[in-house]
Design a protein around this ligand. Structure first.
Ligand code: PLP
Length: 413
């Protein structure tokens, strides 16, 4: 196996149990009985660690949280109802009216809409930069900047950020760096590169079968002295640091967002996500290898392909140096016009046409007529959405079958 040999052992071993039920238990209970008023008091003040109420945490979701936290070397995680729930939890728990976000790189449509349409209604302003605008990013940081937000790979523009370089800027100014690592779990380890918080839509390749919506926020440990979080930029944080020490972020996420907004994960979805997680290393290895082959072969066949494995891609050398474990299953094809893109999609026998990503099947979607239909010309240009753009997410089919089907479909248009 090329990329994820070690994780295969850890993941199957840690998802199961050596005694009793092997598969994780689904604890389908909204509330939990405390037994006595004395233990109720202790559960509420946190001195007894037992479930309080499923909005604030559930044993099945707690298992998922510990697996995801271990995957990224975090101190803990909070599972959520969806990836957008995870982004909302992270942003709303750290920001107040008047605060600012710096967003770097291509953005998932839902996240872009969240920053430009919803967060703005609460007085949170976001400015957007390309991954290579390092100087502009640095000069945009003000006293009100609370997070720098980026995706590990631009979806669907395929631009790759230099995460270490952006983390160094975040560190210089004491601003938290949040990385949405949905498309590259295992491939990219944001906390090791200097990020503070990692976000997942587990709906995608972590679940891997389009069977359950979910999300998670993974946090790093807070250091006992000199941590970014203890500076005057985050005045609300000190009481969480005093009470929870290295786990302060978890308290901030739960008490400043999860409790009041209620984007909690359901036990059934967390269970399905854990089942998916067991085979994540195998699947990520497969699609990461396949996407490179498909991209190279389609390029050779004369299609307009966007993937950094190609020498013509502006971030090809960054891909080779900093993305040694690939950048997930995504690539895109440009057919120049909506009509030609539609003809390709109608001719392909293999692609499933849907907005999801990271499924076991190969997925495809015309961007400008669907997810980005509401966006104006300027926004589309910034996000790299051309008229003929088709986003492809490679699945577990044999790479040769995908290549043959796509070349046939492209010839027929
Ligand atoms: C899908 C996606 C989300 C949102 O996740 P949902 O589970 O659909 O809410 C966020 N970020 C990225 C990169 C995504 O692909």
């Amino acid at each position: 196996m090329r990329y994820f040999e070690e994780e295969s052992t850890t993941f199957v071993q840690s998802c199961g149990s050596k005694e009793g039920a092997i598969s994780p238990a689904i604890v389908s209970s909204a509330s939990f009985a405390y037994g006595s008023p004395e233990s109720a008091e202790k559960i509420f003040d946190g001195s007894i660690k037992k479930p309080m109420y499923s909005r604030m945490g559930n044993p099945t979701s707690a298992k998922l949280e510990s697996l995801l936290s271990d995957m990224d070397g975090g101190v803990g995680a909070i599972a959520t109802s969806s990836g957008m729930g995870a982004i909302t939890l992270c942003v709303m728990s750290l920001l107040s009216c008047g605060d600012e976000v710096i967003s770097v790189g291509g953005l998932f449509g839902g996240t872009y809409a969240f920053f430009t349409q919803s967060a703005t209604r609460f007085g949170v302003k976001t400015s957007f930069f390309d991954v290579d605008d390092l100087k502009q990013i640095e000069s945009a940081i003000t006293d009100h900047t609370k997070i720098i937000f980026l995706e590990s790979i631009g979806n669907p523009n395929m631009r790759l950020p230099d995460i270490r370089a952006i983390a160094a800027i975040a560190s210089k100014y004491g601003v938290l760096l949040v990385v949405d690592n949905t498309l590259t779990p295992l491939s990219v380890k944001p906390l090791e590169l200097g990020a503070d918080i990692v976000i997942y839509s587990t709906t995608k390749i972590i679940n891997g079968h389009s069977s359950a919506l979910g999300g998670a926020v993974v946090y790093r440990a807070v250091q006992s002295s000199g941590d970014k979080l203890s500076s005057s930029r985050y005045p609300f944080a000190q009481k969480f640091i005093d009470n929870l020490g290295q786990g302060a972020f978890i308290g901030i996420g739960k008490k400043r967002a999860l409790r009041d907004f209620g984007m909690s994960a359901s036990a059934h979805n967390s269970y399905q996500t854990i089942i998916g997680l067991q085979t994540l290393p195998l699947r990520q290895d497969r699609v990461t290898s396949s996407v490179e082959r498909v991209a190279l072969e389609l390029d050779r066949a004369g299609l307009k392909v966007n993937h950094p494995v190609l020498k013509s891609h502006p971030h090809h050398s960054r891909y080779k140096e900093q993305f040694k474990r690939g950048c997930g299953a995504l690539m895109s094809l440009d057919f120049d016009s909506q009509e030609r893109a539609f003809r390709f999609l109608n001719s392909s026998n293999l692609a499933t046409i849907t907005a999801n990503l990271g499924d076991s099947r190969t997925l495809a979607l015309h961007m400008a007529s669907t997810i980005y239909a509401d966006f104006d010309e300027k926004q589309r240009e910034f996000l790299g959405i051309s008229d003929g753009l088709v986003r492809i997410c490679i699945g577990l089919e044999r790479a040769d079958d995908i290549i043959e089907d796509f070349i046939d479909a492209a010839r027929s248009i």
